[in-house]
Ligand binder design. Structure first.
Ligand SMILES: C[S@@+](CC[C@H](N)C(=O)[O-])C[C@H]1O[C@@H](n2cnc3c(N)ncnc32)[C@H](O)[C@@H]1O
Length: 251
């Protein structure tokens, strides 16, 4: 696997050819198994949006009876944050390596987090209306559009009525999309050129980028949503995400 390029440098498409072919052959799960073995994919601190949502939205006085799922937990920075706040924390991810790292972390920190390895569109391990809150941070765009829709339905199923859902996912202003190839509804292929600005794990991936109306459509009828935008500008590139704070409504 090649490392990320320094900002401003250009790697030509033909130089990337062989690497791209190798990268493209690997399944999404294999990519994440590799990525999680790399310390760069194990951020230690919770994102400020998650901290803000937790303090604004969840009742920390009832933390021990508030069940929270970190969906696509990775190395578990948010699950650990929830556990430190006293919540009843569950975490799942497609990657066995990510889950194993989180399990070792819980032992080291002396905290309890129930983990489960599964793709985010299959939450059959969890019961109907069993969670008070679900977080899905930086995960949905790695799914196919059908899997993303299925994940939203699954989150709806496992949330209690009035349950909270924070979903952070890329929008159509994100810099990766600029040189990516359009494949179909919300779906783009990250080329070598687009990968100049993306993480190396994303090279050759198909990725979802949503417009605001796409998000409204996906959540409509199931959730009350507040859609915020989070943009980080680097000198010639933007990391651009929707921050969707949703509440389950009974239909
Ligand atoms: C960018 S990391 C974010 C991890 C974590 N949410 C965080 O904020 O630190 C993306 C995570 O999504 C996981 N992932 C990718 N595709 C997935 C899928 N279809 N279902 C569940 N997890 C998935 C990866 O294994 C990885 O842990």
């Amino acid at each position: 696997m090649t490392g990320p390029l320094p900002r401003g440098s250009v790697r030509r498409q033909d130089q990337m050819g062989e690497t791209m072919q190798n990268v493209e052959r690997r399944s999404m799960r294999e990519r994440w198994e590799e990525a999680h073995a790399d310390a760069r994919f194990r951020p230690a601190y919770p994102h400020e949006q998650v901290v803000r949502w937790t303090f604004r939205t969840l009742d920390r006085r009832a933390a021990s009876t508030t069940k929270v799922l970190d969906l696509g937990c990775g190395a578990g920075r948010h699950a650990v944050f929830f556990a430190h706040q006293g919540f009843d924390v569950h975490a799942c991810d497609i990657s066995a390596t990510g889950i194993a790292y989180l399990q070792s972390l819980t032992e080291r920190l002396g905290i309890t987090i129930q983990t489960h390895q599964t793709p985010g569109h299959d939450l059959s391990h969890y019961g109907d209306k069993s969670f008070d809150a679900v977080l899905c941070f930086g995960v949905m765009y790695y799914m196919s559009i059908d899997q993303a829709g299925q994940m939203i339905r699954e989150v709806y199923r496992i949330l209690k009525t009035g349950g909270k859902f924070l979903c952070v996912t890329r929008n159509d202003g994100d810099g990766r999309r600029q040189h990516a190839i359009f494949l179909g509804r919300c779906t783009w292929h990250i080329t070598a050129l687009a990968a100049e600005v993306a993480s190396h794990v994303e090279t050759g991936m198909d990725m979802l980028f949503f417009s605001k109306s796409d998000i409204e459509e996906i959540f409509r009828g199931r959730f009350d949503v507040c859609i915020d935008r989070m943009t980080y500008l680097h000198h010639d590139f933007a990391d651009d995400d929707w921050v969707i704070s949703a509440t389950k409504i009974e239909v």
